[in-house]
Design a protein around this ligand. Structure first.
Ligand code: FAD
Length: 459
């Protein structure tokens, strides 16, 4: 299949992924003398920090997604193709996709990350993840399906298992989702399910390390734990989840929590693509880049955002997987690409840390700013809402999110609790899960023959 891209006298910058990094890079190249081609497997930009709000019924999925073509309407040098990328052939300067090969002068990988199940098959098979909009809708539908099931259940042990929710991973996502579920238990569920004794519903947050919110300050870690304790979340620190089968979440060889609902938020791997030099891929599948975001061993391939492993003097373990890192690297790379085109030397990237925050529930959030400044509570919560509202793409999304949040705040409840994706986690994986599995298989099996690559149509 031909990708039908116009031939241009200008060099082509091919960007994989319209996440935080890819989106910013393509926007910053709007006036550059290049043809920008973007490929993504989704036709929308997904604002991942608010996924948990879709999963817990606080926001509609449409509020946190924005169509790629609408974002770039009017940008003359921009072309988009909806495609799944399967590999790179650096020797031929070609990207391999399910539509066929696309050639490039400069390739930028902004593919983000995939859930890391640490090789625990039973968890990968049976737990729910929260990396995509389909994941979030599955989670919401699945939990509400289990409440419906719990009403019918006469066996007390089965009923308990249907009500229990185990969230694994005490990072921001785990903290945010367990806090939000605890609020739902307090405000929303008693109105919807008066027949259920919701005092019996347990929400567990299981973390392998000694504290929640690992990279944040001690004050934020303690405050978040305190807030969750107040909300009645059973926080289990220093507890590693070992396996999850037959509705039992084992945290040792014999001890388990009975639950039909496990949310896995315990880690991610970089979404590196097959075909890159092996030496450039780290243990957690990120791509090693230099301070220009140039992939190790390559001259015209770059990686930004979550998939890029950039070590700086300030961050010897590599920059964190955060949206601002992706956006700042994107802007910097847009400048550097134009420098390269003018025959100038690229400049080193340096990360401007503007701070980190995590929300636990209404009026409760923790914020760490540079220079050791920490605040929390209502002010933290308000800052969190304000910043996320500003960052959402599109005026409509900002407005809808604001209305949904205001409704939830004043009605003390999540508005959106439709079961719209009847989902049996034991039977099917959602689309992204399937794609991730295909991607993983491609990573293992990819070994293109040069002749096969050369015969494909280009441009
Ligand atoms: C639940 C959750 C909560 C988060 N909360 C926060 C937060 O509060 N603050 C914060 O700073 N960060 C947060 N993050 C992290 C933040 O979302 C990431 O750091 C950021 O999205 C990274 O941007 P990126 O451009 O590298 O990748 P992404 O935004 O992940 O975008 C990657 C894009 O590449 C596409 N893609 C990937 N592989 C392929 C392929 N093979 N073919 C075609 N397309 C492909 C994907 O469809 C996607 O559009 C959160 C993440 C999650 C999952």
């Amino acid at each position: 299949m031909d990708t039908n891209l116009p031939v241009s006298a200008q060099p082509r910058v091919l960007i994989v992924g319209c996440g935080f990094g890819g989106l910013k890079l393509a926007q910053d190249l709007a006036d550059a003398p290049v043809q920008v081609v973007m490929v993504d497997r989704n036709n929308y930009h997904n604002f991942q920090p608010l996924l948990y709000q879709v999963a817990t019924g606080a926001l509609e999925p449409d509020s946190i997604a924005y169509p790629v073509r609408k974002i770039f309407a009017g940008q003359k040098n921009f072309f988009f193709r909806l495609a799944n990328v399967t590999g790179v052939n650096p020797a031929a300067n070609r990207l391999q996709t399910n539509l066929g090969d696309i050639s490039y002068d400069y390739l930028v990988l902004a593919t983000g990350s995939l859930t890391n199940f640490f090789g625990i098959e039973s968890i990968e098979k049976n737990a729910m993840q929260i990396k995509s909009i389909p994941n979030a809708l599955n989670l919401r539908s699945y939990i509400f399906q289990n409440f419906e099931q719990a009403i019918l259940e006469t066996d007390p042990a089965r009923k308990q298992s249907l009500l229990n929710i185990v969230v694994v991973g005490g990072g921001p996502t785990g903290v945010e989702i367990s806090g939000s579920l605890a609020e739902m238990r307090k405000h929303t569920l008693p109105k919807d399910y008066p027949e259920l004794d919701l005092n019996k519903m347990q929400i567990y947050l299981v973390e392998a390390g000694p504290a929640l919110l690992g990279p944040m300050s001690k004050a934020s870690q303690d405050d978040a734990k305190h807030y969750l304790d107040e909300l009645g979340v059973d926080v289990r620190l220093n507890t590693a989840m070992k396996r999850y089968e037959d509705g039992r979440a084992y945290y040792s060889d014999t001890e388990f929590i009975a639950t039909d609902n496990m949310v896995w938020a315990a880690g991610v791997n970089g979404a590196a693509l097959p075909g890159l030099p092996e030496a450039a891929i780290t243990r957690n599948k990120r791509i090693t880049v230099n301070l220009f975001n140039q992939v190790e061993g390559e001259t015209n391939i770059f990686a930004i955002g979550d998939v890029a492993n950039m070590v700086t003097p300030e961050m010897p373990k590599g920059l964190p997987m955060l949206a601002p890192v992706a956006q700042q690297q994107a802007s910097h790379l847009a400048d550097n690409l134009q420098r390269l085109l003018r025959g100038e030397k690229p400049k080193d990237f340096s990360y401007l840390d503007k701070g980190v925050m995590a929300i636990v529930s209404r009026n409760k959030a923790v914020v760490d700013l540079p220079k050791g400044i920490h605040f929390k509570g209502f002010l933290g919560w308000l800052s969190w809402l304000f910043i996320h509202l500003i960052l959402l793409v599109g005026f409509r999304n900002k407005l809808v999110a604001l209305v949904d949040w205001a409704f939830s705040y004043f009605s003390s409840g999540q508005a959106l609790r439709l079961i719209i994706r009847p989902f049996n986690k034991y039977d099917v994986k959602d689309d992204l899960g399937k794609k991730a599995a295909e991607h993983a298989a491609a990573t293992l099996e990819y070994n293109p023959t040069p002749s096969a690559v050369q015969q494909e149509p280009v441009r």
